[in-house]
Design a protein around this ligand. Structure first.
Ligand code: ZN
Length: 442
């Protein structure tokens, strides 16, 4: 089947970004077969189905390179006792109870709800980091099923840690990595690890061995809080990145998440090993853990992507949050205008190329047909030269009307087509009180 998404403002992004007014993107199967002037493509593809995009802007689908679907049911939950006063307390009182309280259907719903939110926000690819020690084995299959039903792409892993049981999650990761193999372009697998301070050398070595044998990378939180750095210095006599590298967890396919509390020697090591970093500004602000030295990382040509860390599935809002954070943190209104859009639009695509083996983030012939089509009537001229101004100050507040992934329309006219949003939310409201009850007893 061939479809012309026509008469919109097409922004191709990619290395040769073009803004085409009255443009069309023609999709056949899972791929884009043409991008250009709407009138010309109407002549070339006269029999195609037509989706009118007048009054809209057509962009490549957005990518989130670090998410936690499992955090969904914590929304609105009452936590008894004094509020957590630091990062470790946030983990102990909240997240390490949430993940233990999740049972099978909770895991499915916890994935389905953010997947709906991804589609709502034009996010068509996610790299997720999952934990559910209360129902660990088979949990990645439940998430995979939800992702396939939703119709977006996801790289999945289970976060291994020794905090409940030694090596908890190693087998689940290994099993899933073997099942997925090289992947089909929709689902990929990684080796997940919680963080340096919750994994022993023995567990880490085991995970790295499995990852290397399968040719996948490690997805691990790195020095998100000072506590992780201090733990590594005290127990192993070296900072986190040096420890992870010594045991083989760095490399081009690995993702080091956060990297807030790392020193210059660690940055040099990340650069030398071609490891990617994922920055999560909104989460870092929420947990009050500090500010990643983004410009120091970029100066070393480190590939830095943008994630939401479970805060949201709206990647434009994450991008703008980082833009504002780094201006304030550096007391400099000249910075972050180029860098934050680059993290989202270019670097996330490059990170996904390393995971999925396909090039996303560009509307061009032969590229995957992943589209975010947003309501947007530019109030001023819009061209390649000033697109970022429209992105940061206009599109960030625009609504996604239509989302396409792998050539399939997942939402049209703001109606989710691939999932029953109302039923899923209602069932989640039904199960959440039971999950909260189990959590209070932990
Ligand atoms: Zn995280």
């Amino acid at each position: 089947m061939t479809t012309r998404f026509e008469n919109g403002i097409v922004v191709t992004l990619g290395s040769n970004n073009r803004v085409i007014w009255n443009g069309s993107v023609v999709v056949e199967g899972e791929k884009i077969v043409a991008v250009g002037d709407a009138a010309e493509l109407k002549i070339r593809f006269p029999k195609a189905e037509v989706v009118d995009c007048a009054g809209k802007i057509v962009l490549p689908g957005f990518i989130c390179t670090h998410h936690h679907f499992y955090s969904t049911m914590a929304r609105g939950m009452f936590i008894p006792g004094e509020p957590a006063s630091n990062f470790v307390e946030i983990l102990e009182r909240l997240w390490w109870k949430v993940d233990r309280a999740l049972l099978d259907e909770d895991i499915t719903l916890s994935a389905q709800i953010p997947l709906i939110e991804c589609i709502r926000n034009g996010t068509t690819t996610v790299i997720d980091h999952h934990a559910s020690p209360g129902m660990r084995d088979g949990s990645l299959d439940l998430i995979e099923k939800a992702v396939r039903q939703a119709g977006i792409r996801a790289s999945l892993c289970y976060e291994v840690s020794d905090r409940n049981v030694m090596g908890g999650g190693v087998e689940e990761n290994e099993r899933f990595i073997k099942k997925i193999g090289k992947g089909d372009g929709q689902i990929a697998a990684m080796m997940g690890l919680h963080a340096s301070f919750t994994v022993s050398d023995e567990t880490l070595e085991k995970c790295v061995g499995i990852a290397k044998d399968a040719g996948v990378g490690c997805h691990v939180h790195v020095a998100e809080d000072l506590a992780d750095r201090e733990d590594s210095l005290k127990k192993y006599g070296m900072p986190v990145v040096h420890r992870l590298d010594k045991l083989g967890a760095s490399g081009a396919k690995s993702l080091f998440i956060h990297c807030v509390h790392i020193d210059e020697s660690e940055m040099d090591l990340i650069a030398a090993t071609n490891t990617s970093v994922v920055h999560n500004p909104e989460s870092n602000m929420n947990n009050a853990v500090g500010v990643t030295k983004l410009f120091e990382l970029l100066k070393r040509n480190i590939l830095v992507g943008l994630g939401s860390d479970g805060m949201s599935s709206d990647m434009l809002s994450q991008m703008r949050c980082g833009y504002l954070l780094h201006r304030l943190a550096n007391s400099d209104p000249r910075v972050a205008f180029m860098e934050m859009p680059k993290l989202l639009l270019e670097n996330n695509a490059e990170i996904c190329e390393r995971q999925f083996g396909i090039r996303l983030g560009e509307l061009a012939e032969g590229r995957p047909a992943d589209l975010a089509i947003m309501d947007y009537q530019p109030p001023t001229a819009l061209s390649e030269a000033n697109f970022l101004g429209h992105l940061i100050f206009g599109l960030v507040d625009a609504t996604v009307d239509t989302t396409v992934c792998r050539g399939k329309i997942l939402m049209q006219g703001k109606k989710i087509l691939s999932m029953d949003e109302e039923r899923i939310a209602a069932r989640s409201r039904e199960l959440a009180p039971r999950m909260w009850e189990r959590l209070q007893a932990l």
